[in-house]
Design a binder for this molecule. Structure first.
Ligand SMILES: *Cc1c(COP(=O)(O)O)cnc(C)c1O
Ligand code: SF4
Length: 333
């Protein structure tokens, strides 16, 4: 059996990704928390697999069972509990699916599900039960998706989503972006990704070339929940993206025990800005089965947001929103 390359010898992001932790036990040893290990974690991990990059793991405080980054990735026995108002498809994404991996809910813009792969599996993820195999645009080299978009003159903005679109190779992204730019009505492109945060080396020279060649205005919405995720490496990658004129925004999910304290939210918004990123959305948790232990009540969320407004300039205050199926936008809380 070939041995995995050592992390320190990884010469590019794909090798680094291949060295991610996928075994709970090994990961817990690494963060000095073997005492937390038991069978129920394996059980939870078999419902939605465990995965975390070495970079993200390096930002976790060793030995701290309450670390806010740890809690985002470590499977928990609580995921196995079911609750009446937590479902498999809380956003009714499957109804909004138009075929070919295109999901439209809002006027003028649509998601393109470009891959099912993520570099990290966030335990609260609203797509944790999403049937990717039947909702993917990549299968036929994007042709069905492009044809659908050609025939949808009202869609003027495409949002690459997933999974994580930056887990596609540079060559495949290049193909996709080139094809998208043949659609005459497209005015903007957007990429929703957590890769720069969990694997900053993903922003390599070739990716910068591919993104820099895009003629349409391009925005990237990253996903940082806690200020401890704002590493030096992320800062450098964001600077490189800014240098090619990409608009950088952040969305976070409000998570109990992770980022529900005022100080953490304020610090996050300030750190984002010093890396050239504007806070965009702070989402209430989507009620997906297995995530209830992360829920912050609407009332608490509102109070937190009020307190943030009293501390931050208006342009650093993310909009507090919830996604309600059937509505014409994300709704302010
Ligand atoms: C969240 C989302 C968008 C993006 O909404 P914005 O308010 O434009 O950021 C677009 N389409 C779908 C299906 C979404 O879930
Ligand atoms: S990176 Fe995004 S899509 Fe992937 S598991 Fe995390 S929240 Fe879900």
């Amino acid at each position: 059996m070939p041995t995995k390359p050592e992390f320190t010898q990884a010469s590019n992001w794909q090798q680094e990704l291949a060295c991610s932790f996928t075994r709970v036990q090994e990961f817990l040893e690494h963060v000095h928390l073997s005492r937390l290990y038991d069978q129920s974690l394996e059980h939870a991990g078999s419902r939605f697999s465990f995965r975390v990059t070495r970079h993200f793991a390096s930002l976790i405080k060793k030995g701290d069972a309450t670390d806010p980054l740890l809690l985002q990735v470590l499977p928990s026995a609580q995921e196995l509990q079911t609750h009446a108002d937590f479902s498999l498809d809380p956003l009714q994404d499957q109804q909004a699916h138009q075929g070919a991996g295109i999901l439209q809910k809002y006027h003028g813009r649509a998601l393109l599900i470009s891959t099912s792969a993520c570099a990290i599996n966030c335990r609260y993820c609203f797509r944790r039960h999403f049937p990717y195999t039947s909702h993917q645009a990549a299968r036929d080299k994007w042709s069905a998706a492009i044809n659908t978009l050609q025939a949808s003159p009202d869609i003027t903005e495409i949002i690459l989503s997933g999974g994580d679109p930056l887990s596609l190779s540079n060559a495949r992204l290049d193909d996709l972006l080139t094809l998208l730019q043949t659609i005459p009505q497209l005015a903007r492109l957007r990429i929703h990704t957590r890769l720069p945060v969990v694997l900053p080396n993903r922003i390599d020279g070739e990716l910068l070339r591919v993104l820099g060649a895009v003629k349409l205005p391009l925005a990237m919405v990253i996903h940082v929940n806690h200020p401890n995720e704002m590493s030096v490496e992320l800062h450098q990658s964001l600077a490189a993206l800014r240098a090619i004129n990409i608009t950088l925004l952040n969305q976070a999910v409000l998570l109990k025990g992770v980022n529900d304290k005022l100080e953490h939210q304020v610090e996050l918004c300030e750190k984002l800005y010093s890396s050239g990123v504007l806070p965009y959305y702070l989402h209430l948790l989507d009620k997906v089965e297995g995530s209830r232990h992360f829920e912050v009540s609407r009332q608490q969320a509102r109070e937190l947001h009020h307190a943030m407004a009293a501390r931050l300039p208006g342009y650093l205050l993310p909009r507090l929103v919830a996604e309600i199926p059937g509505s014409s936008s994300k709704l302010p809380v």
